[in-house]
Each structure stands twice: as structure tokens, then as C-alpha cells.
Design a protein around this ligand. Structure first.
Ligand code: S3P
Length: 168
């Protein structure tokens, strides 16, 4: 099987849905943020505050390159992975973008969830970063709207899509 790669903005459910998908497909699951945090022995938040976003992006690109050299996995990326790794993600497997409205994203991330880029006014940060990245996410042809849906339902829609496309 090709890699199934989930991307999309923070709070669109990439990690939760990715885990469910990997369980259904009985294949390995890799969460790029978890891999980076484990490799560094500290949280994503600590990496951002101690080293800055630039170092985090380098670690992210390196982790992605390593993971995408293998096949047959479900991979969840961080929401900003597309910024510097668009080609690698497009070439690395079946790339799927999860989406949700700004309002739903804010509701899901109410406590910020420890995301360094969302410190401060959550609504403004979400709207601002979404606006910057809108074209990037919109350029991904496979898109699944997660608005108002349970993670299991989103996973089921992805399984249908993968079946339709003959990936599984
Ligand atoms: C980021 C998203 C986060 C994490 C980091 C940066 C981003 O991952 O990689 O905080 O730039 O959108 P999630 O999308 O899993 O929250």
C-alpha cells in the first residue's frame, strides 16, 4: 500500500483520525510531531520556545524525509508541514487535506492545546494563519471536510475515498 498522508490546519483531527485509519488498515501509524518530540526528548512547545520555529521546521523536514522513504503507513503531519515540504508530501503517498471552518477550529482548540503558534488571541491567530495558508491547503486535490463530524466518520469517508481510488 502507498502511504496515506493526512495534513491540514491545526485542529482538523489529523492525529485522531490517523490513528483510527491505521487501526482499520492494520498498518503502522506515524505522527510527525510525536516523532520529533520523542527524538528531541521535549515537547513541540519547548522546541519552539527554546530553539524557535526555524529549528522546528528543519526537524520537521528531516522527520518527513525519513518517514516518507518507507511505504505502507498512515502518516499525520503537523499543520505547517506543507510550508516547506509540499513536493515531498505530494510525492510521498496519497495526500489528503482535512478541513474545518475557522469557527470549528477555534472551538476544538479552545485551550490552545499547547500549540505555540496559537498563543495570544486564539480567534485572531487561527484566522490570520489560515488566511496565510489557505492557498497552500486549497492546492491539495483530496479534501475531506470534518465540520461537525466524529473522527470515526471522517476515517470512514477516507476509507471510502481510498477504496474508490483503488488504493486499498
Ligand atoms: C503547526 C502545527 C502543529 C505543530 C506545530 C506547528 C503549524 O501540529 O506541528 O505546533 O505550523 O500549523 P498540529 O497541526 O498537529 O497541531
Amino acid at each position: 500500500m502507498e502511504n496515506i498522508i493526512l495534513t491540514g490546519f491545526m485542529g482538523t483531527g489529523k492525529t485522531t483520525v490517523g490513528r483510527i485509519l491505521a487501526g482499520e488498515l492494520e498498518c503502522p501509524y506515524v505522527d510527525i510531531d510525536e516523532m520529533i518530540a520523542a527524538g528531541e526528548g521535549r515537547s513541540i512547545q519547548a522546541i519552539f520556545s527554546e530553539e524557535g520555529e526555524g529549528v522546528f521546521r528543519q526537524l520537521e523536514s528531516r522527520a518527513l524525509a525519513e518517514v516518507l522513504s518507507r511505504k505502507g503507513q498512515v502518516v499525520s503531519t503537523g499543520g505547517g508541514a506543507m510550508l516547506q515540504n509540499r513536493e515531498a508530501l505530494e510525492a510521498g503517498g496519497v495526500l489528503i487535506c482535512l478541513t474545518a471552518s475557522p469557527r470549528e477550529i477555534v472551538r476544538r482548540l479552545q485551550d490552545g492545546g499547547g500549540r505555540p503558534l496559537l498563543a495570544g488571541d486564539l480567534e485572531k491567530r487561527v484566522e490570520g494563519i489560515l488566511a496565510e495558508r489557505r492557498a497552500l491547503y486549497a492546492g491539495i486535490p483530496r479534501r475531506i471536510d470534518t465540520e461537525g463530524k466524529a473522527p470515526r466518520q471522517v476515517a470512514a469517508e477516507i476509507l471510502d475515498l481510498l477504496t474508490e481510488e483503488g488504493v486499498i
